[in-house]
Design a protein around this ligand. Sequence first.
Ligand code: HEC
Length: 101
Amino acid sequence: MTTCKLLFAAIAIAGLAASQTVSAADAGGKIIAAQCNGCHGFEGASKGAVPALKGKPAIYLSESMKEFKSDKRKGTIMNRIAKGYSDNELDNVAKYYSGLK
Ligand code: HEC
């Protein structure tokens, strides 16, 4: 019983620590962006062939992602990637990148 309670407490503390690594305002966006930076560059500031995302208007980024998701806009890889996220997550990651200076 005691071991069980201790284990539960440890899991609860670990969860709390993980959720506090980013501020509440950009939590979703920052976590998602970690999966985009490999191609789009650190903080989305790509200087290569993949377009940069950093500082672009949030509305442009989120609309682009939704167009990839619905195949309205054709890309090489983004159509598949965009389908993996909810519209809310696309809005979050768009806000995150647009807010980077
Ligand atoms: C495997 C590499 C790769 C990953 C991972 C990736 N992208 Fe892309 N992204 C591209 C490429 C390449 C393009 C150019 C369009 C195309 O060919 O699909 C692009 C285009 C875009 C565009 C359009 C930019 C513009 O200026 O028109 C947006 C927005 C975008 N990506 C957002 C994201 C987000 C958000 C993520 C993370 C969820 C992400 N991408 C993950 C490779 C990637």
